[in-house]
Ligand binder design. Structure first.
Ligand SMILES: NC(=O)c1ccc[n+]([C@@H]2O[C@H](COP(=O)([O-])OP(=O)(O)OC[C@H]3O[C@@H](n4cnc5c(N)ncnc54)[C@H](OP(=O)(O)O)[C@@H]3O)[C@@H](O)[C@H]2O)c1
Length: 242
C-alpha cells in the first residue's frame, strides 16, 4: 500500500494529481488545503482512498499537527507532494500581496518540507515532491514576491538534496518546475504553451515514478527555461510588463 499526502489538493495541480493517484491500485491519499468543501467533494469521489484535513499552511504549529494526524490516519507516509502556493500580479507593489506569498510559499512551505524530511529520515525512506516554477529562475517585475519565493524553494530543496546525499539516506526529493498550467494560478497576459491540468499532472506522475531530481513540465519548458535563464540582463529588463 502506497501512502501519499498532497498539500494544496483543493484545486488545480494538487487536485489533478489526487485524481490520478486515486485511479491506482493499493493507494491511500491524504488531502490538505483550506477549502473544506473542495476537499469533501474530492474525497466523495473515492471515499475508500481519500482522507482529508483542513489546514492553512501559514499556521505552522497547526500544520505540523495536521501532517502528523493525516499520515497517522493513512497508516504511514511514502510520498509527500507539496503543491500549495499563492502569488499575484502586484503592479502597486502592495506589501500585503507580497506578504501573503512569503507566508505561504516560504514560511508554511518550509515548515512542511522540514517536517517531511525529518519524518522520512527517521523512517529511513520516503519521497518529497515540491511544485516550484520555471518562473523562479528569474526575477519578475510583475509579481516580484512570487518569483522570488519560487527561487527560494528551488534553492532550499537543492540544499535538502545535498543534506540527504551527505547522510546517504534513500530519501528522494523531486523539484517539479511547471511552465504554464491551466489553473487559477496562471495569471497575466502573454501566457503561452498553457498545458491542461491533466497533461501536466500525467507528466508529473511519470517524473515522480522515475524519482527524477529536477523536471520541467511540460517537457518543452526545459528549453524555454534554459533560454529564460540565459537571456542577457539588458534584454530581460526591456521585457518588463509592469
Ligand atoms: N498554474 C501554473 O501555471 C503554475 C506554474 C508554475 C508553478 N505553479 C505552482 O503549482 C502549484 C499549484 O498551483 P495551481 O496552479 O494548481 O493553482 P491553484 O489551483 O490556485 O492551487 C493552489 C493550491 O494551493 C492551496 N493553498 C494556497 N494557499 C494555501 C494556504 N495558505 N494553506 C494551504 N493551502 C493553500 C490552495 O488551496 P486552498 O485555497 O483551498 O487553501 C490550492 O489547493 C503552486 O505552488 C504554484 O505556484 C503553477
Amino acid at each position: 500500500m502506497k501512502r501519499i499526502v498532497i498539500v494544496g489538493a483543493t484545486s488545480g495541480i494538487g487536485e489533478g494529481l489526487a485524481r490520478l493517484y486515486a485511479e491506482q491500485e493499493e493507494v491511500r491519499v491524504g488531502l490538505m488545503g483550506r477549502r473544506r468543501e473542495c476537499l469533501e467533494r474530492l474525497a466523495a469521489f473515492r471515499p475508500s482512498v481519500f482522507e482529508t484535513e483542513v489546514c492553512d499552511v501559514t499556521d505552522t504549529e497547526l500544520l505540523e499537527r495536521k501532517l502528523e494526524c493525516l499520515s497517522g490516519r493513512l497508516g504511514g507516509l511514502d510520498l509527500l507532494i507539496l503543491s500549495s502556493g499563492t502569488g499575484d500580479l502586484n503592479p502597486a507593489l502592495d506589501y500585503a500581496v507580497e506578504r501573503s506569498a512569503l507566508l505561504t510559499n516560504v514560511v508554511g512551505w518550509t515548515c512542511a518540507v522540514d517536517w517531511a524530511v525529518r519524518f522520512f529520515e527517521r523512517q529511513g525512506h520516503g519521497h518529497l515532491v515540491v511544485i516550484t516554477s520555471a518562473g523562479g529562475l528569474r526575477g519578475s517585475g510583475a509579481a516580484p514576491a512570487y518569483n522570488a519565493t519560487k527561487a527560494f524553494q528551488m534553492n532550499y530543496v537543492e540544499g535538502i538534496r545535498q543534506r540527504l546525499a551527505g547522510r546517504r539516506l534513500p530519501v528522494r526529493v523531486t523539484d517539479i518546475r511547471p511552465g504554464f498550467v491551466d489553473t487559477a494560478m496562471a495569471k497575466g497576459d502573454g501566457l503561452f504553451w498553457v498545458a491542461s491540468v491533466e497533461k501536466a499532472c500525467r507528466q508529473m506522475m511519470r517524473a515522480i515514478e522515475r524519482r527524477r531530481s529536477v523536471v520541467y513540465v511540460t517537457r518543452r519548458w526545459r528549453a524555454v527555461a534554459w533560454v529564460y535563464r540565459h537571456l542577457p540582463d539588458g534584454l530581460y529588463m526591456k521585457m518588463a510588463k509592469v
